[in-house]
Design a protein around this ligand. Structure first.
Ligand code: ADP
Length: 269
Protein backbone atom coordinates (compact mmCIF):
# COMPACT_ATOMS: atom_id res chain seq x y z
CA UNK A 1 0.00 0.00 0.00
CA UNK A 2 2.81 2.32 0.99
CA UNK A 3 4.49 1.46 -2.27
CA UNK A 4 1.37 2.23 -4.30
CA UNK A 5 0.89 5.59 -2.56
CA UNK A 6 4.57 6.44 -3.20
CA UNK A 7 4.05 5.44 -6.78
CA UNK A 8 0.94 7.63 -6.88
CA UNK A 9 2.97 10.64 -5.71
CA UNK A 10 5.65 9.96 -8.33
CA UNK A 11 3.03 9.59 -11.06
CA UNK A 12 1.31 12.85 -9.99
CA UNK A 13 4.64 14.70 -10.00
CA UNK A 14 5.46 13.22 -13.37
CA UNK A 15 2.07 14.25 -14.79
CA UNK A 16 2.50 17.75 -13.41
CA UNK A 17 5.94 17.99 -14.98
CA UNK A 18 4.63 16.74 -18.33
CA UNK A 19 1.81 19.31 -18.19
CA UNK A 20 4.29 22.08 -17.44
CA UNK A 21 6.56 20.98 -20.27
CA UNK A 22 3.56 20.82 -22.57
CA UNK A 23 2.46 24.32 -21.44
CA UNK A 24 5.99 25.65 -22.03
CA UNK A 25 6.10 24.06 -25.43
CA UNK A 26 2.70 25.54 -26.27
CA UNK A 27 3.86 28.99 -25.13
CA UNK A 28 7.06 28.60 -27.11
CA UNK A 29 5.07 27.63 -30.21
CA UNK A 30 2.68 30.57 -29.76
CA UNK A 31 5.67 32.89 -29.36
CA UNK A 32 7.23 31.48 -32.56
CA UNK A 33 3.94 31.87 -34.44
CA UNK A 34 3.61 35.46 -33.23
CA UNK A 35 7.16 36.23 -34.22
CA UNK A 36 6.67 34.79 -37.72
CA UNK A 37 3.41 36.69 -38.17
CA UNK A 38 5.11 39.89 -37.00
CA UNK A 39 7.94 39.55 -39.53
CA UNK A 40 5.47 38.71 -42.31
CA UNK A 41 3.39 41.76 -41.39
CA UNK A 42 6.35 44.11 -41.30
CA UNK A 43 7.70 42.78 -44.61
CA UNK A 44 4.33 43.16 -46.27
CA UNK A 45 3.69 46.62 -44.82
CA UNK A 46 7.09 47.85 -45.99
CA UNK A 47 7.03 46.16 -49.36
CA UNK A 48 3.69 47.53 -50.53
CA UNK A 49 4.56 51.26 -50.34
CA UNK A 50 8.13 50.73 -51.50
CA UNK A 51 6.96 48.81 -54.58
CA UNK A 52 4.55 51.68 -55.29
CA UNK A 53 7.33 54.27 -54.89
CA UNK A 54 9.60 52.27 -57.21
CA UNK A 55 6.88 51.96 -59.87
CA UNK A 56 5.97 55.65 -59.84
CA UNK A 57 9.61 56.78 -59.84
CA UNK A 58 10.38 54.48 -62.80
CA UNK A 59 7.42 55.88 -64.70
CA UNK A 60 8.65 59.43 -64.01
CA UNK A 61 12.22 58.56 -65.11
CA UNK A 62 10.90 56.96 -68.33
CA UNK A 63 9.07 60.21 -69.00
CA UNK A 64 6.05 58.12 -69.90
CA UNK A 65 3.96 60.56 -67.90
CA UNK A 66 3.70 63.61 -70.04
CA UNK A 67 1.16 65.95 -68.48
CA UNK A 68 2.23 68.17 -65.62
CA UNK A 69 -0.97 67.27 -63.82
CA UNK A 70 -0.19 63.55 -63.85
CA UNK A 71 3.39 64.17 -62.78
CA UNK A 72 2.14 66.05 -59.72
CA UNK A 73 -0.32 63.26 -59.01
CA UNK A 74 2.51 60.68 -59.13
CA UNK A 75 4.78 62.81 -56.96
CA UNK A 76 2.01 63.19 -54.38
CA UNK A 77 1.52 59.41 -54.28
CA UNK A 78 5.27 58.92 -53.83
CA UNK A 79 5.25 61.49 -51.02
CA UNK A 80 2.26 59.85 -49.35
CA UNK A 81 3.95 56.42 -49.46
CA UNK A 82 7.25 57.81 -48.16
CA UNK A 83 5.44 59.38 -45.19
CA UNK A 84 3.79 56.04 -44.48
CA UNK A 85 7.11 54.14 -44.53
CA UNK A 86 8.65 56.76 -42.24
CA UNK A 87 5.76 56.49 -39.79
CA UNK A 88 5.86 52.70 -39.84
CA UNK A 89 9.59 52.72 -39.06
CA UNK A 90 9.12 55.28 -36.25
CA UNK A 91 6.30 53.18 -34.77
CA UNK A 92 8.34 49.98 -35.08
CA UNK A 93 11.31 51.55 -33.30
CA UNK A 94 9.12 52.85 -30.54
CA UNK A 95 7.36 49.53 -30.22
CA UNK A 96 10.61 47.55 -30.16
CA UNK A 97 11.99 49.83 -27.44
CA UNK A 98 8.82 49.46 -25.40
CA UNK A 99 8.93 45.70 -25.89
CA UNK A 100 12.52 45.46 -24.72
CA UNK A 101 11.80 47.91 -21.90
CA UNK A 102 14.51 50.12 -23.28
CA UNK A 103 12.37 53.23 -23.48
CA UNK A 104 13.32 55.66 -20.75
CA UNK A 105 10.44 57.36 -19.01
CA UNK A 106 10.82 60.50 -16.97
CA UNK A 107 7.91 60.73 -14.65
CA UNK A 108 6.95 63.88 -12.83
CA UNK A 109 4.09 64.40 -10.47
CA UNK A 110 2.02 66.70 -12.70
CA UNK A 111 -1.19 68.68 -12.22
CA UNK A 112 -3.45 67.05 -14.78
CA UNK A 113 -5.75 70.03 -15.34
CA UNK A 114 -3.20 72.51 -16.78
CA UNK A 115 -1.47 69.64 -18.59
CA UNK A 116 -4.67 68.67 -20.40
CA UNK A 117 -5.63 72.34 -21.01
CA UNK A 118 -2.28 72.89 -22.82
CA UNK A 119 -2.53 69.64 -24.76
CA UNK A 120 -6.07 70.35 -25.93
CA UNK A 121 -5.17 73.93 -26.86
CA UNK A 122 -2.77 72.50 -29.46
CA UNK A 123 -5.63 70.73 -31.23
CA UNK A 124 -8.28 73.46 -31.22
CA UNK A 125 -7.08 75.11 -34.40
CA UNK A 126 -6.94 71.84 -36.34
CA UNK A 127 -10.37 70.83 -35.04
CA UNK A 128 -11.96 74.08 -36.12
CA UNK A 129 -10.19 73.95 -39.53
CA UNK A 130 -11.73 70.52 -40.06
CA UNK A 131 -15.15 71.65 -38.78
CA UNK A 132 -15.04 69.13 -35.97
CA UNK A 133 -17.48 69.81 -33.18
CA UNK A 134 -15.35 69.69 -30.07
CA UNK A 135 -16.32 69.53 -26.42
CA UNK A 136 -13.81 69.57 -23.57
CA UNK A 137 -14.47 69.57 -19.85
CA UNK A 138 -12.43 68.99 -16.70
CA UNK A 139 -14.43 67.97 -13.66
CA UNK A 140 -11.80 67.85 -10.95
CA UNK A 141 -9.90 70.05 -8.51
CA UNK A 142 -7.12 72.28 -9.78
CA UNK A 143 -4.37 70.44 -7.90
CA UNK A 144 -5.13 66.78 -8.67
CA UNK A 145 -1.87 65.22 -9.86
CA UNK A 146 -0.74 62.12 -11.73
CA UNK A 147 2.69 60.67 -12.57
CA UNK A 148 3.37 61.71 -16.12
CA UNK A 149 6.07 61.53 -18.70
CA UNK A 150 4.55 64.47 -20.56
CA UNK A 151 5.98 63.64 -23.98
CA UNK A 152 4.99 59.97 -23.90
CA UNK A 153 1.55 60.63 -22.49
CA UNK A 154 0.97 63.30 -25.12
CA UNK A 155 1.83 60.70 -27.75
CA UNK A 156 -0.73 58.25 -26.33
CA UNK A 157 -3.52 60.87 -26.41
CA UNK A 158 -2.41 62.01 -29.86
CA UNK A 159 -2.85 58.48 -31.26
CA UNK A 160 -6.43 58.32 -29.98
CA UNK A 161 -7.40 61.80 -31.18
CA UNK A 162 -5.75 61.20 -34.52
CA UNK A 163 -7.69 57.95 -35.00
CA UNK A 164 -10.94 59.73 -34.15
CA UNK A 165 -10.16 62.22 -36.94
CA UNK A 166 -8.88 59.63 -39.43
CA UNK A 167 -11.77 57.17 -39.09
CA UNK A 168 -14.51 59.71 -38.37
CA UNK A 169 -16.86 61.15 -40.98
CA UNK A 170 -15.52 64.02 -43.09
CA UNK A 171 -18.64 65.98 -42.22
CA UNK A 172 -20.39 65.95 -38.84
CA UNK A 173 -17.59 64.54 -36.70
CA UNK A 174 -17.76 65.38 -33.04
CA UNK A 175 -15.15 64.63 -30.39
CA UNK A 176 -15.54 64.91 -26.63
CA UNK A 177 -12.76 64.88 -24.03
CA UNK A 178 -13.82 64.69 -20.39
CA UNK A 179 -11.41 64.58 -17.45
CA UNK A 180 -12.76 63.51 -14.06
CA UNK A 181 -11.86 61.71 -10.87
CA UNK A 182 -13.02 58.25 -9.84
CA UNK A 183 -11.80 57.16 -6.39
CA UNK A 184 -7.97 57.13 -6.54
CA UNK A 185 -7.76 57.57 -10.28
CA UNK A 186 -7.99 60.31 -12.87
CA UNK A 187 -10.08 59.29 -15.87
CA UNK A 188 -9.82 60.78 -19.32
CA UNK A 189 -12.64 59.81 -21.68
CA UNK A 190 -12.14 60.47 -25.38
CA UNK A 191 -15.37 59.93 -27.27
CA UNK A 192 -16.17 60.21 -30.96
CA UNK A 193 -19.26 59.71 -33.10
CA UNK A 194 -17.31 57.88 -35.81
CA UNK A 195 -17.94 54.47 -37.41
CA UNK A 196 -17.44 52.53 -34.15
CA UNK A 197 -15.97 49.06 -33.78
CA UNK A 198 -18.01 45.84 -33.88
CA UNK A 199 -18.21 44.10 -30.46
CA UNK A 200 -16.50 40.90 -31.69
CA UNK A 201 -13.48 42.91 -32.82
CA UNK A 202 -13.03 44.92 -29.61
CA UNK A 203 -10.63 42.41 -27.95
CA UNK A 204 -8.12 42.73 -30.81
CA UNK A 205 -8.02 46.47 -31.38
CA UNK A 206 -4.98 46.95 -29.11
CA UNK A 207 -3.04 44.11 -30.78
CA UNK A 208 -0.08 45.09 -32.91
CA UNK A 209 -0.83 45.35 -36.63
CA UNK A 210 -4.55 44.75 -36.10
CA UNK A 211 -6.69 46.90 -38.35
CA UNK A 212 -10.39 46.81 -39.01
CA UNK A 213 -10.59 49.58 -41.56
CA UNK A 214 -7.64 48.42 -43.67
CA UNK A 215 -7.44 51.71 -45.53
CA UNK A 216 -7.80 54.90 -43.59
CA UNK A 217 -10.33 57.03 -45.34
CA UNK A 218 -8.20 60.14 -44.87
CA UNK A 219 -4.60 61.27 -45.16
CA UNK A 220 -1.93 58.66 -44.42
CA UNK A 221 -2.56 54.93 -44.18
CA UNK A 222 -2.40 53.43 -40.69
CA UNK A 223 0.27 51.06 -39.43
CA UNK A 224 -1.91 49.13 -37.00
CA UNK A 225 0.60 49.93 -34.26
CA UNK A 226 -0.93 53.14 -32.89
CA UNK A 227 -3.23 51.64 -30.28
CA UNK A 228 -0.76 48.89 -29.32
CA UNK A 229 1.77 51.65 -28.57
CA UNK A 230 -0.86 53.73 -26.75
CA UNK A 231 -1.76 50.79 -24.49
CA UNK A 232 1.90 50.10 -23.65
CA UNK A 233 2.50 53.79 -22.89
CA UNK A 234 -0.51 54.05 -20.60
CA UNK A 235 0.37 50.81 -18.81
CA UNK A 236 3.95 52.06 -18.33
CA UNK A 237 2.32 54.96 -16.41
CA UNK A 238 0.63 52.40 -14.13
CA UNK A 239 -2.68 53.12 -15.81
CA UNK A 240 -5.11 51.30 -18.03
CA UNK A 241 -7.13 51.97 -21.14
CA UNK A 242 -10.62 50.65 -21.77
CA UNK A 243 -12.50 50.82 -25.04
CA UNK A 244 -16.23 50.75 -25.36
CA UNK A 245 -17.72 50.97 -28.81
CA UNK A 246 -20.56 49.81 -30.97
CA UNK A 247 -20.74 49.65 -34.72
CA UNK A 248 -22.15 52.89 -36.16
CA UNK A 249 -22.39 54.45 -32.70
CA UNK A 250 -18.91 55.85 -32.13
CA UNK A 251 -16.15 54.87 -29.73
CA UNK A 252 -15.05 55.85 -26.25
CA UNK A 253 -11.45 55.34 -25.10
CA UNK A 254 -11.25 55.69 -21.35
CA UNK A 255 -7.84 56.16 -19.74
CA UNK A 256 -7.35 55.73 -16.00
CA UNK A 257 -4.25 56.94 -14.18
CA UNK A 258 -3.47 56.59 -10.47
CA UNK A 259 -3.41 59.86 -8.53
CA UNK A 260 0.01 61.03 -7.32
CA UNK A 261 0.40 62.38 -3.78
CA UNK A 262 3.82 63.99 -4.21
CA UNK A 263 4.65 67.67 -4.74
CA UNK A 264 3.95 69.21 -8.11
CA UNK A 265 6.93 68.74 -10.45
CA UNK A 266 8.61 66.23 -8.16
CA UNK A 267 10.51 63.61 -10.16
CA UNK A 268 9.09 60.15 -9.62
CA UNK A 269 11.60 57.28 -9.89
P1 ADP B 1 -4.04 52.25 -37.41
O1 ADP B 1 -2.62 52.64 -37.65
O2 ADP B 1 -4.58 51.30 -38.43
O3 ADP B 1 -4.93 53.43 -37.16
P2 ADP B 1 -4.43 51.61 -34.61
O4 ADP B 1 -3.72 50.62 -33.77
O5 ADP B 1 -4.32 53.05 -34.23
O6 ADP B 1 -3.94 51.37 -36.08
O7 ADP B 1 -5.97 51.22 -34.67
C1 ADP B 1 -6.33 49.86 -34.94
C2 ADP B 1 -7.65 49.80 -35.69
O8 ADP B 1 -8.73 50.17 -34.82
C3 ADP B 1 -7.73 50.77 -36.86
O9 ADP B 1 -7.21 50.20 -38.03
C4 ADP B 1 -9.23 51.04 -36.97
O10 ADP B 1 -9.83 50.07 -37.77
C5 ADP B 1 -9.74 50.87 -35.54
N1 ADP B 1 -9.94 52.17 -34.87
C6 ADP B 1 -9.07 52.84 -34.08
N2 ADP B 1 -9.59 53.98 -33.61
C7 ADP B 1 -10.85 54.04 -34.10
C8 ADP B 1 -11.95 54.98 -33.95
N3 ADP B 1 -11.84 56.07 -33.20
N4 ADP B 1 -13.10 54.67 -34.62
C9 ADP B 1 -13.22 53.55 -35.35
N5 ADP B 1 -12.25 52.65 -35.52
C10 ADP B 1 -11.09 52.88 -34.90
Amino acid sequence: NELSSDLGIVIDAFNEMTEKLYENEKLQMEYEENRKALIANISHDLKTPITAIQGYVEALIDSSISSKENQTKYLKTIHHNAIYVNKLIDDLFLFAKLDMQKLEFQYQCTKIRPFMDDLIAEYRFDFSERNIQFYYDVLLEEDVKVNLDGKRFHQAINNILNNAIQYGPAVGLSIEVIVYQQKDAVCIDIKDNGPGIPTEKLPFVFDRFYRIHRERPKETAGTGLGLAITKELIEAHGGKIILSSNLNQGSCFSIQLPICQKNDGEIVQ
